[in-house]
Design a protein around this ligand. Structure first.
Ligand code: NAD
Length: 268
């Protein structure tokens, strides 16, 4: 290999990125995936602003993070307050758009006000958070936006009109942020899990059992995992590891991407 084609000193393999000089914001931090992401980023040294409307869950998270290299600060906030959401994102280097909610109901029975709320929390708030975060990221010439999308950002399922619409919208927002941010050192990506073992899924199992008129066990085996080649739920820590990768130096060329971790669902 000639000197001109020899790879440069680049990042060294490690147990994960060093984020000790970074400030992150994670939404939905009191819940399953958001909590795991917060703890993972704090383990990598980041100072994490943990946003959720569940103040008690945030207190528990701050306790769980005691002793980690990075500090976790509780930031109780209802993301439907879009102005407050945008303000909360000022000065951050890493944004993890994760907060979400779900209602499983046929379109003709789907309450319009719930459709609005889902779109507000899962699409409008991410837009406002990105908007609030970009000036600082652009000024520093570095930023990471990670959107926790879903297999439902890439595929539809019946009875999930609001959720599927919001996630498809989030995929679009993520790609636009990737194109606009590239010149400023900002990447934007989606992570697309299949079913993750979290409170949101536990609630869905009960909802789907009612919608399909079958037992909770059959919801998991016959409905949730029907299209997954790997027959298990994903763990929140696996999603958090993908987020940490996307925030690290090895992922600086990965942008506008959707990282599927769906056990082969979208390989169909
Ligand atoms: P979860 O219900 O365990 O946690 C979601 C968190 O969001 C909760 O702590 C909740 O309080 C918070 N939240 C909801 N509305 C809010 C609001 N208005 N303001 C502030 N916080 C609010 O859910 P989870 O399973 O950890 O899901 C997290 C994300 O991952 C969601 O975007 C979800 O769509 C996505 N996802 C989940 C799965 C899964 O199977 N669990 C799969 C793919 C994608």
């Amino acid at each position: 290999m000639s000197a001109s084609t020899t790879p440069g000193p680049g990042p060294r393999p490690s147990d994960g990125p060093d984020l000790s000089c970074r400030t992150a914001l994670v939404t939905g931090a009191a819940g399953g995936i958001g909590r795991a992401c917060t703890l993972r980023l704090a383990t990598a040294g980041a100072r994490v602003r943990a946003v959720d409307l569940d103040a008690e869950g945030l207190t528990d998270l701050v306790d769980a993070a005691a002793g980690l290299p990075g500090q976790v600060e509780a930031h109780p906030l209802d993301l439907t307050d879009l102005d407050a959401a945008e303000r909360a994102a000022a000065g951050i280097d890493i944004l993890v758009n994760n907060a979400g909610l779900q209602l499983v109901r046929p379109i003709e029975d789907f309450p319009p006000e719930v459709f609005s709320r889902v779109l507000t929390v899962m699409l409008e708030a991410p837009f406002r958070l990105v908007r609030g975060a970009l000036p600082h990221m652009y000024a520093r010439g570095w930023g990471r936006i990670v959107n926790i999308s879903s297999v439902h950002g890439l595929r539809a399922s019946p009875y999930k009109s609001a959720y599927v619409a919001a996630k498809h919208g989030l995929e679009g927002l993520s790609k636009v942020a990737a194109l606009e941010g590239a010149a400023h050192g900002v990447t934007s990506n989606c992570v697309n899990p299949g079913y993750v073992r979290t409170p949101l899924v536990e609630r869905q199992i009960a909802d789907q059992a009612e919608a399909h008129g079958i037992s909770p066990e059959r919801v998991v085996s016959d409905v949730m995992l029907a299209d997954s080649a790997v027959k298990r739920l994903v763990e929140p820590e696996e999603v958090a590891e993908a987020v940490a990768y996307l925030c690290g130096p090895h992922a600086s060329f990965v942008t506008g991407a959707s990282l599927s971790m769906d056990g082969g669902w979208t390989a169909h």
